[in-house]
Design a protein around this ligand. Structure first.
Ligand SMILES: Nc1nc2c(ncn2[C@@H]2O[C@H](COP(=O)(O)OP(=O)(O)OP(=O)(O)O)[C@@H](O)[C@H]2O)c(=O)[nH]1
Ligand SMILES: [Mg+2]
Length: 303
């Protein structure tokens, strides 16, 4: 299982190189904040937030305030806001969770990791391979289902994605599943017909299962940094999201974009992908995230 500290190493390098040169308390002699400012921008922390952080750090430096890291920790933590843990147990059964995102963002792998988490929370999970574009996508999820010993239903390649969703909802009801995790094909956020297809998938689920989809989670690729935010807005406009999942944080030096997601998208960040294994998806924890960015050994090691 990857730790937050190791997964965030690449982004942290940008933070800590500059941070190590800042004041540690007492008189802020020889303080250089410019390098930190530049590195925060390179780590894809949104520019308005960098501006706020810098104004704060300059103020604290002038008045000989607390250690720079302490100032930053408090500000970064506040900038992320609150992200309540997702409760798997629910009176609604089955609960349909739709996983959406652009091509290659990490949807199928994330579905598998979510199935693993849900199973460990005592849920009976049904995976549904709704990527009807690519046979390989279905095979990939089948491999995971076999590996995780999880039930799966799959649509035929070329089938109508909405029909597959309807059948998956029926199967979840018939089998008494607690959670239905529906993987979808990757789609470009700029392609209107593909985005409309998502709405049809949602409608088909609701036809069989009133109130479904109960959750719509967007998987974002952290290696894209803030470019992913444009996608997020478009997906949110096409189908109301109830959460975001940040995948591939371990391969990214731009994890600062998570602050933009937290501030601008208006939905909770539910989970974070810290590696490729089934154990490498964890509930998003703002405290752990900031601790790992700043290299706080104890807090991030506790995860
Ligand atoms: N390092 C790392 N790799 C990840 C993570 N999540 C997914 N991946 C990898 O990213 C690649 C793409 O993942 P998929 O799950 O196939 O992505 P997808 O969104 O389903 O792709 P399409 O169905 O083609 O749109 C795979 O090689 C995954 O192993 C993560 O958190 N960390
Ligand atoms: Mg896929």
């Amino acid at each position: 299982m990857a730790s937050w500290l190791s997964a965030l190493a690449r982004t942290r390098k940008l933070f800590s190189d500059a941070l190590s040169k800042l004041w540690k308390g007492g008189a802020p002699e020889g303080v250089t904040l410019d390098e930190l400012e530049e590195n925060l921008v390179r780590a894809d922390v949104p520019v308005p937030l960098v501006g706020e952080l810098m104004a704060h750090l300059h103020r604290e430096a002038r008045r000989g305030g607390p250690e720079a890291v302490a100032v930053l920790r408090k500000q970064l933590r506040a900038a992320l806001g609150h992200h309540a843990d997702f409760a798997w147990a629910s009176a609604t059964r089955p609960r349909a969770i739709l996983i959406v995102g652009v091509n290659g963002s990490g949807k199928t792998t994330t579905c598998a990791k979510l199935a693993h988490l849900a199973k460990h929370s005592g849920q009976r999970v049904l995976l549904a391979a709704g990527d009807t574009f690519r046979a390989a996508g279905v095979e990939q999820l089948k491999w995971w289902a076999n590996h995780l010993k999880c039930e799966i239903v799959a649509g035929a390649t070329g089938a109508d994605a909405a029909a597959v969703a309807f059948d998956a909802a029926a199967a979840a009801q018939a089998r008494g599943s607690d959670v239905l995790l529906l993987d979808t094909a990757g789609r470009m956020h700029t392609k209107t017909p593909l985005m409309q297809e998502l709405q049809k998938v949602a409608t088909a689920l609701a036809k069989k299962m009133p109130g479904a989809p109960h959750e719509v989670w967007l998987v974002l690729d952290a290696t894209l940094g803030q470019n992913a935010l444009v996608q997020a807005r478009q997906f949110h406009a096409a189908i109301p999201l109830t959460g975001a999942i940040i995948a591939k944080v371990d391969g990214s030096s731009k994890a600062g974009f998570v602050f933009a997601v937290a501030r601008e998208l208006g939905v909770p960040i539910r989970f974070i992908g810290l590696g490729e294994g089934e154990d490498d998806l964890q509930p998003f924890d703002a405290g752990h995230f900031v601790a790992a960015l700043l290299g706080d050994e104890e807090k991030s090691a506790a995860s």
